[in-house]
Ligand binder design. Structure first.
Ligand code: FAD
Length: 356
């Protein structure tokens, strides 16, 4: 195996997770080849609401990763001119004000009164008595961020192969030494699986299947008058944010494949909910509504680290992947290149699925 400065690393998958891995690995001196079956950000990253959301209900094994997510994106903004986060803050509330503190808001979130809520979001028709405001949070354009990370990786010498599906692995003894693609074999000291929902199949090929569900969610885009929404609003009726050009983004749960729950039908109902919730929605035109498949480890905790029982394969599967991509990209690159294990990643190890 090569030393830190010339380790050959193949990263499979050019979503935001693989792009962050490629950027951080190349920045540490690895010879990186990023291999993508289709196009950059053509997976779920291209359908993400992309809220850097550090809240979590209940006990959180990855609290330290979530807690570092914002500062890691602030670092990336200084390193990569093309990566821009809209630090708008996020306003969250439910139907039951007593439950406001029960849900896991970040420690820096503050409770706002009705008049403070209206100062932030004057178009709300039904402002609650109280809401939590995470002023430090924001959202990004996940496709643009992925492209910026890949441009950064390329500036450090990484190669990017799109339209190149990984079909299998070459092993020698108990070690993976290359990936097999439609365009031929690529030798590697380390292979990083950042293929989103595709990781399940890749680990099946290695006879070490990881339980990762493809969890659907719906992203909707509308053209709407600008400045309807200033922050990011998450309430029981809608989860919305707006770009400077007026594009309004909404994230919705996927219900089932019944006709009345197709993305276009959900988009119509969501548009009505937005009209009911906000003043000033003179027009709201559907631009697109699509389902994205989120890579969801069955126990909800990211899977990050080397596969057991075989050498040279490092996995990066996680939700929420946009929130975690910056911090995990850095920590994983430190493990792979410097051999510096991170305590923050300890709850994420793949071994947990293979213990008898
Ligand atoms: C509606 C919606 C809203 C969301 N909102 C948020 C949010 O607010 N905050 C948040 O943090 N997350 C959110 N997510 C989740 C987030 O988008 C994902 O966690 C994240 O994009 C996962 O990125 P990824 O790089 O792991 O996967 P992907 O973007 O799917 O990238 C994997 C890539 O691997 C490629 N690939 C697969 N198999 C192979 C192979 N064999 N060979 C080569 N390439 C392969 C695929 O083509 C794909 O491009 C949301 C998702 C949806 C659908």
């Amino acid at each position: 195996m090569g030393n830190a400065a010339n380790k050959r690393v193949v990263v499979i998958g050019a979503g935001i997770v693989g792009a962050s891995l490629a950027y951080h690995l190349a920045g540490r001196g690895a010879q990186v080849i990023l291999v993508e079956a289709e196009d950059i950000a053509s997976g779920v990253t291209g359908r993400s609401f992309a809220w850097i959301n550090t809240s979590h209900d209940g006990p959180d094994p990855i609290a330290s990763l979530r807690g570092a997510a914002i500062q890691e994106y602030r670092r990336l903004e200084t390193e990569l001119p093309g990566l821009k986060v809209r630090w708008s803050g996020a306003l969250s509330y439910g139907t039951n004000p007593e439950a406001l503190h029960a849900s896991g808001h970040p420690p820096s979130a503050t409770q706002l009164s009705r008049s403070q809520i209206l100062d932030l979001e004057p178009n709300l028709k039904h402002p609650p008595q109280q809401a939590m405001y995470a002023a430090e949070e924001g959202a990004l354009d996940a496709v643009q961020a992925t492209q910026a990370l890949i441009a950064g990786a390329q500036a450090h010498g990484a190669q990017v192969l799109t339209q190149t599906r990984v079909l299998g692995f070459t092993t020698q003894g108990a070690r993976v030494t290359a990936v097999e693609t439609a365009r031929g074999r690529i030798e590697a000291d380390v292979v990083v699986l950042a293929a989103g929902t595709g990781i399940k199949q890749l680990t099946e090929l290695l006879n070490l299947p990881l339980p990762i569900a493809a969890s659907p969610a719906i992203l909707i885009r509308y053209a709407s008058p600008p400045e309807l929404v200033r922050t990011l609003i998450s309430n029981p009726e809608m989860e919305v944010r707006q770009g400077p050009d007026g594009t309004l983004l909404a994230a919705e749960d996927y219900l089932d494949d019944a006709l009345e729950n197709q993305p276009a039908a959900i988009a119509l109902r969501t548009a009505q909910a937005i009209r009911n919730e906000l003043h000033g929605v003179a027009s709201i035109e559907l631009e697109s509504a699509c389902v994205g498949l989120r890579p969801m480890p069955v126990d909800g905790t990211p899977i990050v680290g080397y596969l057991p029982d075989i050498g040279g394969v490092y996995v990066c599967a996680m939700h929420p992947g946009v929130t975690l991509a910056a911090i995990v990209g850095r920590l994983a690159s430190e493990e792979i290149i410097d051999g510096q294990g991170s305590p923050a990643l300890a709850p994420c190890r793949p071994e947990r699925f293979f213990q008898a």
